[in-house]
Design a protein around this ligand. Structure first.
Ligand code: AP5
Length: 218
């Protein structure tokens, strides 16, 4: 199973990608996670990416494409994968198609997560993340057991720099301009399945299981 999770920032792609990857025991590739790891490790790539990320702009295509190519070649991706947050531009989608084909693979499905703008802003502005283990919480929808503390590792939760209001506005604008065209791109290739992601995490997960059951290779 090889799927792309597409959708505006904050629609819940990462939350569901973790669950689906766990359920089907497939790899998850999140370019956001990979880039944040590079920022934490202060690699030259991370230092370059940080300025873009903090402002809510996209990191240049060649940087993210290089990261994904490296991951795709790893044995852990042979059994299947969920791509979370990649591709985000038409050139990225084209390169993904080529990279998969070079490894004898193709996409089975692209899931388009749909949530109203209002809900997306609420989800993003209330998100709290663990800087140590990267677990994600929400101040209303996915509260940690102890306020402000990570359930998994006990670290103090933080708000991502790009979850502040100005950065959220930029991210949504960037999504409209550069990522939304991928809806049409994948529709034309008959790969797109819309999912109403406005319900609870469990509701969305059940919908995803149905979509993936219909398109998973037998
Ligand atoms: P990235 O980390 O990919 O950010 P994003 O796409 O903006 O996605 P988010 O992680 O913000 O949201 P999500 O949809 O995963 O939602 P989540 O599950 O966390 O990218 C960050 C930056 O890196 C980009 O801005 C860019 O600079 C760079 N970058 C990354 N990929 C790139 C690429 N391909 N090209 C160029 N640059 C790239 O959920 C959000 C919140 O809502 C959480 O608090 C969660 O608990 C809550 N929630 C989830 N589901 C529900 C639900 N059903 N009901 C209520 N609350 C929910």
């Amino acid at each position: 199973m090889r799927v792309v999770f597409l959708g505006a920032p904050g629609v819940g792609k990462g939350t569901q990608a973790d669950r689906i990857a766990g359920q089907f025991q497939v790899a998850k590739i999140s370019t956001g996670d990979l880039l944040r790891e590079a920022v934490r490790n202060q690699t030259s790539l991370g230092l370059e990416a940080k300025t873009y990320m903090d402002q809510g702009r996209l990191v240049p295509d060649d940087v993210v494409i290089g990261l994904v190519r490296e991951k795709l070649a790893q044995p852990s991706c042979a059994k299947g994968l969920v791509l979370d947050g990649f591709p985000r531009t038409v050139p990225q989608a084209e390169e993904l198609g080529k990279a998969l084909a070079a490894n004898g693979m193709a996409l089975d499905r692209v899931v388009n997560f749909q949530v109203s703008r209002e809900d997306v802003v609420r989800r993003l502005s209330g998100r709290r993340s663990c800087p140590k283990c990267q677990a994600t919480f929400h101040i209303d929808f996915a509260k940690p057991k102890v306020e402000g503390v990570c359930d998994r590792c006990g670290e103090r939760l933080v708000q991502r720099n790009d979850d502040r209001r100005e950065a959220i506005e930029t991210r949504l604008k960037v999504y409209d301009e550069q990522t939304a065209p991928l809806v049409r791109y994948y529709e034309e290739r008959l790969l797109l399945s819309p999912v109403d992601a406005s319900g609870s995490v469990d509701d969305v997960f059940q919908q995803l299981l149905q979509v993936l059951a219909a398109y998973r290779p037998k």
